[in-house]
Design a binder for this molecule. Structure first.
Ligand SMILES: Cc1ncc(COP(=O)(O)O)c(C=O)c1O
Length: 454
């Protein structure tokens, strides 16, 4: 049995209908921008393996740091212990973050980083406003009938003064697949089976000159209920690489802040120079209170999540009252090997050649966007930093259509890996991509567009 056949016996793949699933391509190794399959065919990874890879695959510098760390300390419980890689990474990240951040909370991936942010923001208000008298009364676990259980403050006292529990989010958003992250993501095929179990969220449109006043009115209407606003700054990734205006986002953030609500920037995808600045929040003056990072954090080599917050948030948790503790953590919180990979990635991001590559990719993308203008069956050609995206006209604007599969297959046959989101074709290459590789990606996309037209 070859690897794909063995895989079919024992593995269940993400976001994939298993019935009649095309055989997965067995990747034997990867180097730089290239993925190599078992037969030695190569594919340019033009989407950085789900947007995680920054410096190229199997980077020797990151690999060496991972190896050295694994020999020294591979993992240790992070409650009651600490270690150099976690502290060093926090020390290095904090000054780079967009705003006055003071603490780093570690988790495992993008979804957990947003889940942590939501819990952190909601408990911020509970710690602040539920009233010490209420909390002094302790908590109890109650049978509430028909097999239901509830843990909370004594009946009738839980809500005293604690009214801010709602989350404000954008329509078309995606913040991950765990339940909290799903709740604040727009309702879609991803969340359909779970709708009744998701908590209620106030959704507003991503801002345009036409709709922003209506969104501001919605915010005002709920101004005493909103605990936090979670947003993907400037670019909604999984929602179809939809880009929106920095000035309008800034305006909206100002309105949210005027209500006292916390702002949570989900930079899981946009962080680490993807949008042409180190963080997408660097394009706006209104800074978040909480920021979520993952994906490129380790250069795409290890799973790691970061949720950073300001003193304003953190200080609400520092108290003699034990109930104000943030009761959250994961077995692999602050894994030393992952933190070392992140430190190595930061070293590479500081290099002049990396800055030059980012600038160069952004310029090349703009030139190619100009060329794409000659195709009349595509629309909304757009660029932001190292990301280029457009839509195929006539393809259905959703996940369950075949145009995405067709394009992926055609591109793979030509040695390029892209994975359109529905009818949205996009590229987001690793920063190490060579001139030859990038022009091959452009040529393959143009060829496929011509084939689709004919
Ligand atoms: C903006 C954003 N937030 C959160 C996530 C979830 O990250 P993960 O897949 O690591 O759980 C993603 C993943 O694509 C994302 O794009």
């Amino acid at each position: 049995m070859n690897l794909a056949e063995r895989d079919k016996q024992v593995v269940w793949h993400p976001f994939t209908q298993q019935k009649d699933m095309p055989k997965p391509v067995a990747i034997a190794k990867a180097k730089g921008s290239l993925l190599f399959d078992e037969k030695g065919n190569s594919y340019i990874d033009a989407i950085s393996s789900w947007w995680v890879n920054l410096h190229g695959h199997s980077h020797p510098y990151i690999a060496e740091k991972i190896y050295q760390q694994a020999l020294e300390l591979e993992h240790v419980i992070f409650a009651g212990f600490t270690h150099e890689p976690a502290v060093r990474l926090a020390e290095r990240l904090l000054p780079l973050l967009p705003g006055n951040f003071s603490k780093i909370f570690y988790s495992d991936n993008g979804s957990t980083s947003t889940e942590v942010a939501l819990k952190m923001a909601i408990q911020y208000w509970w710690n602040r406003d539920a009233g010490d008298g209420t909390r002094d009364a302790g908590y109890e676990i109650r049978d509430t009938g028909y097999g239901m259980r509830d843990a909370g403050l004594p009946a009738g006292r839980q809500d005293a003064g604690y009214v801010r529990k709602k989350i404000l989010a954008f329509k078309n958003s995606y913040h991950g697949d765990t339940f909290g992250a799903m709740s604040v993501s727009d309702r879609s095929v991803f969340t359909l089976a779970f709708h009744e179990l998701l908590f209620e969220v106030i959704f507003i449109d991503t801002p345009t000159a036409e709709n922003i006043e209506e969104s501001k009115a919605i915010i005002q209407q709920h101004k005493n209920e909103i605990a936090a606003f979670i947003y993907e700054p400037l670019l909604q990734g999984a929602g179809g690489m939809k880009m929106y205006d920095a000035i309008l986002l800034n305006d909206l953030l100002r309105t949210v802040k005027s209500t006292g609500a916390l702002c949570i920037a989900d930079e899981v995808m946009t962080g680490f120079d993807r949008t042409g600045k180190f963080f997408a929040s660097d394009h706006v003056t209104e800074k978040p209170d909480i920021i979520c990072l993952s994906k490129g954090l380790t250069g795409g080599t290890m799973a790691l999540g970061v949720t950073a917050c300001t003193d304003k948030v953190y200080n609400e948790y520092v108290n003699d009252d034990k109930l104000k503790t943030f009761f959250h953590g994961h077995s692999f919180t602050a894994n030393p090997i992952a933190c070392s990979a992140a430190l190595a990635s930061l070293d590479l991001l500081e290099k002049q050649e990396c800055h030059q590559q980012i600038k160069w990719i952004s310029e090349q993308n703009k030139n190619f966007a100009g060329e794409l203008g000659s195709f009349d069956h595509i629309k909304n050609i757009r660029c932001l930093g190292t990301i280029l995206a457009f839509e195929i006209i006539g393809g259905k604007d959703e996940y369950l259509n075949n145009i995405s599969v067709t394009i992926t297959q055609k591109a793979m046959e030509k040695g390029v890996y892209i994975r359109p989101l529905g009818n949205t074709v996009y590229i987001m290459p690793p920063y190490c991509i060579t001139a030859e590789e990038l022009s091959k990606v452009y040529n393959v996309i143009s060829e496929i567009l011509r084939e689709l037209m004919s």
